[in-house]
Structure formats: C-alpha cells, structure tokens
Design a protein around this ligand. Structure first.
Ligand code: GDP
Length: 281
C-alpha cells in the first residue's frame, strides 16, 4: 500500500466515492472485525449521507468471536445492520445479499408501486480503507477473479457491474477511503493487524503496543506461546524474555529487539496467538 493520504487525495477519494454513490442503492462498509473503529473512515457518515448501509466485519476468522458478536449488537443498536464475514473463505456471502435486499425493500416496493414490472437488480458498492479486503470480497461475490488488487485513487477506468446472482449487481471498483490518522493508537492498531506497512511506524513501537495489549487482555496466550512462567511488568524485560526463549539474538548474544518485534507481529498476523480482537465496543 503506497497511497499518501494528503488532504487533496482525501478530497478526491471522497469525490470519487460520492460520484459512484449516484448509481448505488446500497453500500457495504467493510471494516476489519478485529478493529472496527480504527478501520473506519472518520468521515464515513458525511460521505454516505442517506444511503442504506450494511456494515461487514471482515476477517472475522481472525477476530475473537465473542467480541465480534458484541460489535454486531453495538452497530444494531445504532440502527446499522452488521454481518461478520470472511471474504477469503467466502463465509457470510448469502447473508450479505439477504441484508441488502432487506435494506432496499422499500425503494423497490415504491418502484413497483409506480408500475415498474420487472425491477432491475439492486446495485451495490463496497467501500473501505486499504487492505480491509475489498478486492477479496468483490472476487468472492463475483465467483471469479475480476477485481484487481492494488489501490490507486486517481486511476480511473470504465466501471463495470458484476452480477451477484440474479438480484444484485456490484460495482467492480470499490470506494477506497482513508483511515483515521489523528490518533496514535489507531495507527498502532492498524499496524498490528498489518493494515499499514511496517515501514510507516517504528516496528518496535508497534510491538510494544501489541505486547502491552496482549499482556493486559490475553495474558495466558502470551505465556503459552513464549513459554513464560509470568509476564514481566517491564516491557524491556518482556522483550528480553521472549528474545531469549526464541533465540532473537544479535551477534554477541544480546537480545535483538527488532527481531523480537518482527517475531511477535508475525505471530499475531498469522494467528499464532489465536483469534484476537484489539477493540471492544
Ligand atoms: P483491499 O486493499 O481492501 O482490496 O484488500 P485485499 O482484498 O487486497 O485484502 C488484503 C489482505 O487481506 C489480503 O492478503 C487478503 O488475502 C486478506 N484478506 C481479505 N479478506 C480476508 C478475510 O476475511 N480473512 C482473512 N484471514 N484474510 C483476508
């Protein structure tokens, strides 16, 4: 992901999404189930005014199931239907279409009342920040590989509709929106999940954040993974303990903190520490 989100690019991304919205009956707002708030565009309500919207908590396979159910209730209380999905495996696809039908029911009923006999399929758009799984989901719904990965706002091409069964059409290019940047913790969470490149933030800073989070919320998994009898309060001691256990050493035998950071983040992103949710409602 190489997008630089300068104010001009953000304004353009917003315009591009709003342009697409003119053609759309229902929007799928794709979020990362592990970080539903941090993976959310800060201006989403303003950008999607008055469009029926369904929240898709993607990568639910990597998130804590219990916490994901709490998020679904949380969004439902705000009047927003939310569905947990795994775009990679294709879990939840039927629910997506069913929810979209429900959300557009009234609009199509009105069309029918005006005498339109054969209503067109409902038209849908996927929006989300980079790496949340938009292309994967489009490919899934399309049933074959159509959408190209790679996010380049500013690169426009002719838009096409992908048929999803008989009742829905999906715009083949998703709406790409920027994440929240104003809050440092948001950046650390995005980096922990791998949503932003490791070169953007300091790797050790990200690992410090991730280890503190694990120590506070999933201490048993941390102990088990790195064979620790207890979790030291001091973060440097924790790095040392993991580094010694796992042989993350520099020449001379001292613990190499970069290696520890890489190891821990790789373990998190490949689910070696189990299914993790970094945010609760
Ligand atoms: P985009 O930038 O929003 O289009 O994101 P991509 O579709 O390119 O996905 C980013 C990464 O997340 C890829 O490595 C996908 O394989 C992975 N991914 C997408 N959806 C899922 C999912 O539901 N579960 C898991 N585990 N990985 C996913």
């Amino acid at each position: 992901m190489t997008i630089q989100w300068f104010p001009g690019h953000m304004a353009k991304a917003k315009r591009e999404v709003q342009e697409k919205l003119k053609l759309i009956d229902v929007v799928f707002e794709l979020l990362d189930a592990r970080i539903p708030l941090s993976s959310r565009n800060p201006m989403i309500d303003e950008i999607l005014t008055n469009k029926p919207r369904i929240i898709l908590l993607n990568k639910a396979d990597m998130a804590d199931e219990k916490v994901t159910s709490e998020w679904i209730s949380f969004f439902a209380e705000q009047g927003m239907p939310a569905i947990a999905i795994d775009a990679q495996a294709g879990t939840g696809m039927k629910q997506i279409v069913a929810a979209a039908k429900e959300m557009t029911k009234e609009k199509f009923a009105k069309m029918a009342a005006k005498g339109i006999k054969n209503p067109r399929p409902m038209r849908a758009l996927i929006v989300g920040i980079p790496n949340v799984g938009k292309s994967t989901l489009i490919n899934r719904l399309a049933g074959k590989h159509i959408a190209k990965t790679g996010d380049k706002p500013g690169v426009t091409k002719a838009q096409q509709w992908i048929k999803v069964g008989k009742e829905m059409e999906l715009l083949d290019t998703p709406g790409i929106l920027w994440p929240k940047f104003e809050d440092e913790e948001v950046g650390l969470k995005l980096a922990t999940t791998g949503a932003i490149k490791d070169t953007i933030l300091n790797l050790q800073d990200v690992a410090v954040y991730a280890l503190r989070f694990l120590a506070a919320h999933y201490p048993d998994r941390l102990k088990e993974r790195y064979s620790l009898a207890a979790i030291p309060d001091d973060i440097v001691e924790l790095f040392d303990a993991i580094g010694k256990r796992r042989g993350c050493l520099a020449s001379g035998g001292a613990v190499d903190y970069d290696k520890v950071a890489e190891l821990v983040l790789r373990d998190i992103r490949t689910e070696k520490l189990g299914r993790l949710s970094l945010e609760k409602p």
